[in-house]
Write a new protein. Structure first.
Length: 289
């Protein structure tokens, strides 16, 4: 059990590093994400062969998994665009809005009643982000991109929840990364037409960071997450992942000294977000009890 908890916290810390790599890699967000999913799909292919995981999945199911993979890929494009147009702290704080969009989208998709408690708690997060939104005009584009990113992440979480009940998690991840590689690859020429770049191929430094991002913060994170789920309840895992934005902000302050780029309103907004997470934790714990 102790080993599982260590793996879980390693996964959360690795998730916090994704934003750091987004800032370190000089490629634009479209190319960055395409190389990330391509390298991740190659790594996962060899992992599936190494562990001899050969799950039989129909072409229709593979196509459905790949479509959801394209959804998470587009989410990453908006997430990294948010970071590049603002900073890491802004990008990960906007990601906290995922719970707000989940509270709205899930009842619509599952055709169930909206939970008022979830909406109210998500409204606290929304208030926190709105405070951050007003603190610097130059960051508004980054915040808007981050909000779109959170909406896409919510859709991915809801749709992916159904997949994990039917198929092996590594197989799902492989076909999702493959779907993202092919789907974004088709869209890239159009994307690069509107957002032209000087170079298509990563420099050696970017290549090194991309390998680390794909190996540790995509494949490694996913494997650690799956291993932790074998011993630790999903509820505990999901609560622990609420620490990801906090870890990411701490890392951004340490590596990029971003505390100079934010002001008092940012911290007040962050407090509202933390309060919403704590209240949600208390309510869910009591419900589970």
């Amino acid at each position: 059990m102790k080993k599982s908890y260590i793996l879980l916290h390693i996964a959360v810390i690795l998730a916090g590093f994704t934003g750091i790599f987004g800032k370190l890699i000089s490629l634009n967000e479209g190319l960055l994400v395409w190389y990330r999913v391509m390298f991740a799909s190659i790594i996962l292919f060899f992992i599936l062969k190494l562990f001899k995981i050969n799950e039989r999945i129909s072409f229709k199911d593979k196509f459905d998994i790949a479509k959801i993979g394209l959804l998470i890929t587009i989410h990453w494009v908006f997430f990294y665009a948010s970071i590049k147009y603002s900073n890491i702290s802004i990008g990960v704080v906007c990601y906290c809005l995922t719970s707000f969009f989940t509270a709205i989208f899930k009842p619509i998709i599952d055709k169930t009643k909206i939970r008022l408690s979830e909406l109210m708690l998500s409204a606290l997060t929304l208030l926190g982000v709105s405070l951050i939104f007003h603190f610097d005009v130059s960051y508004r584009v980054g915040i808007l991109l981050g909000i779109i990113s959170a909406a896409l992440a919510a859709l991915y979480t809801i749709l992916n929840e159904r997949l994990v009940r039917k198929h092996n998690s590594l197989s799902i991840n492989y076909y999702q990364m493959l779907g993202g590689t092919i789907g974004l690859g088709i869209l890239l020429p159009v994307y690069l037409h509107f957002f032209p770049v000087e170079r298509l191929f990563p420099e050696w430094k970017d290549f090194f960071y991309l390998i680390l991002l794909s190996l540790f913060c995509t494949v490694g994170l996913y494997i650690a997450f799956a291993e932790a789920l074998k011993k630790i309840p999903a509820f505990t895992v999901s609560l622990t992942f609420n620490l990801e934005p906090i870890y990411a902000i701490i890392l951004a302050f340490l590596f990029f000294d971003e505390r100079k780029e934010v002001n008092f309103a940012f911290y007040i907004g962050l407090i509202f977000i933390i309060i919403s997470v704590v209240l949600q934790t208390i309510i869910t714990t009591r419900a589970k009890s």
